[in-house]
Design a protein around this ligand. Structure first.
Ligand code: ATP
Ligand code: MG
Length: 798
C-alpha cells in the first residue's frame, strides 16, 4: 500500500474501508445519516482512479443536486488531483441531457432540443385541455400535468396507459388523447419536459441497444448517492446502464432481401459495477414518485450483491443523535438501526418558544450574534424551515439585526416571481408612469393579451401622448378584438378600483388598512389568486402562501404606520430588498427548506416552526404515508447538525393578517425530555405553571399531563382544541400588537353567520373551547373552512 492509498483509507473505519475496497458487480451501502455514505462514495471513486482500475471517463456518479455533484468532484480532485477530469459526476437530469444531446437524432429530435420547465409544459397542456373541452370532465391543466408526470416516472406512455385503462370510460379516453397530443406537441416543438429527460433516455436505450452499448462500454463504474430517493424511471435507467454490453438484441439488416442476424463481435462484456448508497429513513420525495423499495429490493435485483452497514456517526453529538433516533423510531415499517458516536454527549438541544414568529426570529438572531461573539463563523450556521414563506419573518429580523444570510435553493422572498407580480400591481396603482410594472401585469394571470396587443397599446399611447397605463382605459380604440378589449377593460377597472381605495382622489387620507385591502382586491379581482388556487402544482400552493405572507406584511405595515400610504409601503419593501446585498467576507448564515438541506451539514442548526401543520405539514395529513414522510423530513433536519441544535417554534403565527395559535409539533414530544434545554418552553406560556416541563413529555393515557401544552387527551388527534390546553391566552394576547382586534366576549353559536375581514361571510359549524380560548369552526361561503380564535379574529357577527 503506497502513501497515497494509505491516505485514502486512513480516515475510515473498518466497514467504510470494506466499502471503499470491495470489488464486485454490486455493492449496497445502507446506513443512517452522517455515517459517511457520501464520504465512502467519494473515496471509492478516488480509490478506483488511484489504483488505475478505472479511467476517469469510466466513472458515472449520480448525486441528488448539482451542488452535491460539485462538492463530490472537488473532494475527489483533492484526493487524486488532475486525474479526476473526464468523470461524469452529475444529477440524473444533467446526465440524461448530456446523453440526449448526443443521441436525440436517433429518434426524431435534434441536439438543439428545448427543455420545457413546468410552466412551459403547463401552458401546452392548458391549450390541449381547452381544445379537447377537458373542463367538461373536470380536467384542470395542473391535474393533467401531474398525472402525466406520475405516469412518465413510472415509464408509462399514452399507449401503454391506454392498454390497461378502462377505455370505455370517456374521461379515460379523453385523458389518453390529451396525453398523446401532449407528447406529439413536445416532439413538434423539439422539446423534452423534465420527466422526459429520464424516461426518453430509458426508451432510447431500450429501442437502440447499440446506442446503449456505447454507454455500457463507457461507464464501467456507476455510483449513486441518495438511492432512497430514486423513482422508477431513474431505477430503470441504472438497470439499462449496468446490463452487459451486447445484452440487447443486435439489429438485423437485410442483404438482397435476406435478413442477416450478425452475432455481436465483442465477447460479452460484463455489466458495469454498481454502487448505491442510501438511507430509507431519509426518503423524502415519495410525493414525486421516489420508491424506498428500490433499496429493499436491491439484493433481489442484483443477486450476490454485497451489503455494507455503517452505524457509527461522525457528524453529530450523541444528544443530537439520540433525539434523531427517538423521533424516527416512531415510524413503523422500518428496519431499526441505531446510530452512535464516540464524540460525546455534547451540548443539550436548545428549545425556544416565541410568542410570535417575530419573537422566534428575534431569538434566533440574538443567538446567532451570541455565537458569533464566541467565534462561531456565520457560514457554519444554518436555519431550516418547512415552507418557503416562513423565511420572510426571519429575513426581516436578520436584516434589521444585520445578520448576513443567503437563501439556498430558492429565491429570496421579495425576489420571487409572484411577489414581484403583486408588487407590480401595487406599483401600477401607486406610480402608473412605471411602464415596466404595467407591462409585467398585462398578461398575469393569462388573459389573452399577447405581444401584438402589447405593441398596439404602446403605439396608441405614443400617438395620443399618454402613458401606457392610461392607454388601457381606451381599449376600444386599440383596434384589437372584442375579447382582448374586454380583458384590457377589466384590468383597467380593477386598477381604478384599487386606486380609489388606496389613493382617494378627494384628498382625504386612506385608512391604514387600505394597502392590505387594496392588495387583496388586486390579487383577487384580477384573477391572479384564482389562477394559482386552481392549480394542483405544489409550487403554486406555495405561491399562494407567499402572497398571504405579503398581505400579512401590509397589515403589519398598517399597524406600525397609521398614516402610511401605498407609496410608503413600496418604499419600505424596496429597502428591504436592497439591503440584501450584505458583506460576504465573513460568510453568511444559510437559510433553506428542510428538503434542500438533505446531504448537508452545519455546526449549528436552527430548526424553526416546529409546529403542527408546519412539520408535519397540514397537506401531509390526508396523504397515505404523509405523516411518516414528514417524520423522515424532520429526521433529515435534525441530523444536519454537528454540535448545536436549536428547535424553535411560535405560539402564534400571523398568516393572511390573521393571528392564529399554533400547536407544538408532535415530533417535539417524541424527543426524550432530558435532551432539551428549554429557554422558553411552550409551557412557560402556561398560566398554571409548574406542570409543564413534566407534561412536556407526557404520553397519551398517562398521568401528569393535565395542565401540559402537549396533552393529547380527547377524541381529536390535536386534543380537540386549536389552543393548547392550559395556555394562558392573555399572555399571548399581551404580546399581540395592540391593533389586533379584540372581540371581548363575543357570543357565537352553531348556525350563526359571521363576516370575516379577509374571508368574507360564512356560517359557524361548531364552537369549541371555553372562555378566551373559544374557537369558531367556520364554513365560508366559498367553501373554505377555518378555525378562528373568536377573541382575536377579525370577525363580525351578522
Ligand atoms: P447523509 O445521510 O446526511 O447524507 P452521509 O452518510 O453521507 O450523511 P457523510 O456526509 O459522508 O455522511 O459524512 C458525515 C460527516 O462525517 C462528514 O463530515 C464526513 O467527513 C465525516 N466522516 C465520515 N466518516 C468519517 C471517519 N471515518 N472519520 C472521520 N470523519 C468521518
Ligand atoms: Mg450523504
Amino acid at each position: 500500500m503506497d502513501r497515497a492509498e494509505n491516505a485514502l483509507l486512513e480516515g475510515l473505519n473498518p466497514p467504510q474501508r470494506e466499502a471503499v475496497t470491495y470489488r464486485g458487480p454490486a455493492l449496497l451501502i445502507v446506513a443512517g445519516a452522517g455515517s459517511g455514505k457520501t464520504r465512502v462514495l467519494t473515496h471509492r471513486i478516488a480509490s478506483l482512479l488511484h489504483s488505475r482500475e478505472a479511467y476517469p471517463s469510466q466513472i458515472l456518479a449520480i448525486t441528488f443536486t448539482n451542488k452535491a455533484a460539485g462538492e463530490m468532484r472537488e473532494r475527489v480532485e483533492q484526493i487524486v488531483g488532475e486525474n479526476a477530469r473526464g468523470m461524469w459526476i452529475s444529477t440524473f437530469h444533467s446526465a440524461c441531457v448530456r446523453i440526449l444531446r448526443r443521441e436525440a437524432e436517433n429518434f426524431g429530435f435534434t441536439k438543439a432540443f428545448t427543455i420545457y420547465d413546468s410552466g412551459d409544459s403547463r401552458a401546452l397542456i392548458k391549450r390541449l385541455v381547452r381544445d379537447h373541452d377537458g373542463d367538461a370532465f373536470g380536467f384542470t391543466p395542473a391535474g393533467v400535468q401531474s398525472r402525466i408526470s406520475k405516469l412518465k416516472n413510472e415509464l408509462a406512455d399514452a399507449e401503454s396507459y391506454a392498454r390497461q385503462a378502462n377505455m370505455s370510460d370517456p374521461a379515460e379516453r379523453l385523458f389518453v388523447e390529451i396525453f398523446a397530443d401532449y407528447q406529439r406537441g413536445l416532439q413538434k416543438a423539439n422539446a423534452f419536459d423534465f420527466d422526459d429527460l429520464i424516461a426518453q433516455t430509458v426508451y432510447l436505450f431500450r429501442a437502440f441497444p447499440k446506442v446503449a452499448d456505447v454507454y455500457r462500454r463507457r461507464f464501467r463504474h456507476i455510483l449513486v448517492d441518495e438511492y432512497q430517493d430514486t423513482n422508477h424511471a431513474q431505477y430503470a435507467l441504472i438497470h439499462e446502464l449496468t446490463r452487459p454490453v451486447g445484452a440487447g438484441e443486435s439489429d438485423p439488416y437485410s442483404v438482397g432481401g435476406m435478413m442477416i442476424f450478425e452475432p455481436e463481435k465483442d465477447p460479452l462484456l460484463e455489466g458495469a459495477s454498481l454502487t448505491v448508497v442510501g438511507d430509507s429513513d431519509q426518503s423524502i420525495y415519495a410525493f414525486r414518485g421516489a420508491d424506498i423499495r428500490n433499496i429493499s429490493e436491491f439484493e433481489r435485483d442484483f443477486p450476490g450483491a454485497k451489503v455494507v452497514l455503517l452505524e457509527q456517526n461522525y457528524r453529530s453529538t450523541q444528544n443530537i443523535l439520540s433525539a434523531a433516533n427517538a423521533v424516527i423510531g416512531h415510524n413503523f415499517d422500518r428496519k431499526d438501526k441505531k446510530l452512535w458516536t464516540d464524540s460525546g454527549d455534547g451540548e443539550k438541544i436548545v428549545g425556544f418558544t416565541g410568542y410570535s414568529q417575530h419573537d422566534e426570529a428575534q431569538f434566533i438572531a440574538d443567538e446567532i450574534e451570541r455565537l458569533r461573539k464566541a467565534d462561531v463563523d456565520y457560514a457554519e450556521i444554518a436555519v431550516f424551515y418547512r415552507t418557503n414563506s416562513q423565511s420572510r419573518a426571519l429575513e426581516e429580523i436578520f436584516i434589521r439585526a444585520a445578520v448576513p444570510y443567503k437563501i439556498m435553493g430558492g429565491t429570496k422572498f421579495y425576489e420571487r416571481a409572484e411577489i414581484k407580480d403583486a408588487l407590480a400591481y401595487l406599483i401600477a396603482v401607486a406610480n402608473p408612469a412605471d411602464e415596466m410594472a404595467v407591462r409585467r401585469i398585462l398578461n398575469k394571470p393569462r388573459r389573452g393579451i399577447g405581444d401584438v396587443t402589447e405593441t398596439a397599446i404602446a403605439r396608441y399611447a405614443a400617438d395620443q401622448q399618454i402613458t401606457f397605463r392610461d392607454a388601457l382605459a381606451n381599449a376600444s380604440a386599440l383596434g384589437v378584438g372584442p375579447k382582448i378589449q374586454a380583458a384590457i377593460a377589466h384590468l383597467d377597472a380593477v386598477l381604478v378600483e384599487a386606486t380609489e381605495k388606496m389613493l382617494p382622489a378627494s384628498g382625504e387620507l386612506a385608512p391604514p388598512t387600505a394597502v392590505a385591502e387594496g392588495l387583496q382586491l388586486l390579487l383577487s379581482k384580477s384573477g391572479y389568486l384564482d389562477a394559482l388556487r386552481a392549480s394542483k402544482d405544489p409550487q403554486d400552493e406555495a405561491r399562494v402562501e407567499n402572497l398571504d405572507e405579503l398581505v400579512a406584511v401590509a397589515r403589519e405595515f398598517a399597524r406600525n404606520n397609521p398614516d402610511g400610504t401605498v407609496i410608503d409601503f413600496l418604499g419600505e419593501v424596496a429597502l428591504v430588498a436592497d439591503a440584501d446585498d450584505l458583506d460576504d467576507a465573513t460568510g453568511s448564515v444559510s437559510l433553506m427548506t428542510m428538503h434542500t438541506a438533505k446531504g448537508l451539514e452545519y455546526d449549528t442548526v436552527f430548526l424553526t416552526g416546529v409546529e403542527e401543520d408546519l412539520i408535519p405539514h397540514r397537506i401531509s395529513a390526508g396523504e397515505p404515508g404523509g405523516p411518516q414522510e414528514e417524520r423522515r423530513l424532520f429526521y433529515v433536519g435534525v441530523t444536519r447538525a454537528r454540535q448545536r441544535l436549536y428547535l424553535t417554534l411560535a405560539m402564534t403565527r400571523a398568516q393572511f393578517g390573521e393571528v392564529s395559535v399554533a400547536m407544538p409539533s408532535r415530533f417535539l414530544q417524541e424527543i426524550p425530555a432530558p435532551l432539551i434545554d428549554w429557554r422558553q418552553s411552550p409551557g412557560d406560556v402556561n398560566s398554571r405553571g409548574g406542570m409543564q416541563s413534566r407534561a412536556l413529555n407526557a404520553r397519551p393515557g398517562r398521568g401528569g399531563q393535565s395542565g401540559g401544552w402537549g396533552s393529547r387527551g380527547g377524541s381529536n388527534r390535536y386534543g380537540g382544541d386549536l389552543v393548547p390546553k392550559g395556555t394562558s391566552i392573555d399572555k399571548i394576547a399581551n404580546r399581540i400588537p395592540a391593533k389586533v382586534r379584540d372581540n371581548g366576549d363575543m357570543e357565537l353559536a352553531t348556525g350563526d353567520r359571521i363576516r370575516h375581514d379577509d374571508f368574507g361571510e360564512g356560517r359557524v359549524d361548531a364552537v369549541t373551547g371555553e372562555g378566551a380560548k373559544r374557537v369558531a369552526h367556520v364554513r365560508f361561503d366559498d367553501g373554505a373552512t377555518k378555525k378562528l380564535l373568536i377573541k382575536i379574529a377579525p370577525i363580525t357577527k351578522l
